[in-house]
Design a protein around this ligand. Structure first.
Ligand code: GLU
Length: 315
């Protein structure tokens, strides 16, 4: 079977070198056989200008050849996500939840998972349906996944064998109170329905793999066969790069006339694929890619690295 990977930017800000590195590695692992997915379901945070910039960045880095089609955007698939939410509700695997963030913080005597306080299951079995929850509380409810045993186990190419007990993460949101699908639901459905066979993304999403596999299983859908959650690039201050104003963006590098091959080369070197930073094209790097070579540590981007990238000065 030909592997199919994906590049899934969220257009809530400008992409940075950390994003570019994950996309480069995803592209190399799939030997260029990747689909582009614009993860723009979070309407309040996503902006068309960031979608356009992301596509230009990916074209510049030669990771995506064509522009975006309407199908590339998750925001065009809300009906599909809603249909599957209904299927889960019919099976008793999704339930309305009227808890506010504050309710949850107060109720759970603070065990925290990877996404904040673990939901204590307050609304499990409490409401007949969304209308009932709304009539009683005056608030539009969210919908949560009823996540029960068994534990979800998978192999990660970087982290090794991972087993997640549902109780350590809790019932998570499938549909938001502001009537938008959650990241977990949209991604689980897209990966399964678009035939994605391998997922490479940042290490912050390692445990979300268990959530996504649990959704796929509940719906009888396939899960990607292979996973790799890769380290981050950190600022010299020790902070992980983020899509915040002021962080070095790919757009800024493009506009300064930096050579994309230099960016590609420094990213490949920082990830452990090549022995020294040198300009490279993605095609030249395909033969260098090997999951076993990938560095297991975050890479700290220092001024000398940036100097080489921007001006070709010695490291
Ligand atoms: N859209 C997410 C991001 O930009 C990536 C999600 C994923 O790869 O599953 O961080």
């Amino acid at each position: 079977m030909t592997p199919l990977g994906r590049l899934a930017p969220t257009p809530s800000g400008l992409l940075h070198l950390g994003n570019a590195r994950s996309f480069l590695l995803a592209w190399l692992w799939a030997r260029g056989n990747v689909l582009l997915r614009i993860e723009d379901i979070d309407k309040p945070r996503c902006k068309p200008e960031f979608t356009n910039a992301a596509i230009e960045d990916l074209n510049w880095l030669a990771l995506v050849k064509t522009g975006v089609t309407p199908e590339s955007s998750q925001s065009t698939r809300t009906d599909l996500y809603r249909k599957h939410l209904k299927l889960l509700a019919q099976q008793g695997r999704a339930y309305p939840c009227s808890c506010t963030r504050r309710d949850i913080e107060e109720a759970s005597s603070a065990p925290h998972g990877d996404e904040g306080p673990i939901y204590p299951g307050t609304c499990r079995g409490k409401w007949r349906d969304a209308a009932h929850a709304k009539a009683e509380t005056g608030r539009e409810p969210a919908w949560r996944f009823l996540w029960e045993e068994p534990p979800v186990a998978f192999h990660d190419e970087v982290a090794g064998d991972v087993t997640v007990d549902p109780s350590t993460l809790g019932d998570f949101v499938l549909w938001r109170r502001d009537d938008l699908p959650s990241y977990q639901l949209a991604v689980a459905l897209d990966d399964a329905l678009q035939g994605v066979t391998q997922v490479l993304r940042g290490r912050d999403l390692l445990l979300s793999t268990a959530r996504q596999m649990a959704i796929q299983r509940a719906l009888g859908l396939p899960s990607p066969a292979a996973w790799a959650h890769v380290p981050f690039i950190q600022e010299a201050t020790g902070r992980r790069m983020a899509k915040r104003d002021g962080d070095l963006s790919l757009k800024a590098l493009r506009e300064q006339g930096v050579d994309a091959r230099r960016v590609t080369g420094v990213l490949a070197w920082s990830a452990g694929l090549i022995g020294k930073p040198e300009s490279a094209t993605v095609n030249e790097l395909v033969g260098e890619f090997n999951l076993r070579k990938l560095s297991r540590e975050d890479f700290v981007l220092r001024d000398n690295h940036l100097g080489w990238l921007l001006h070709g000065s010695a490291m």
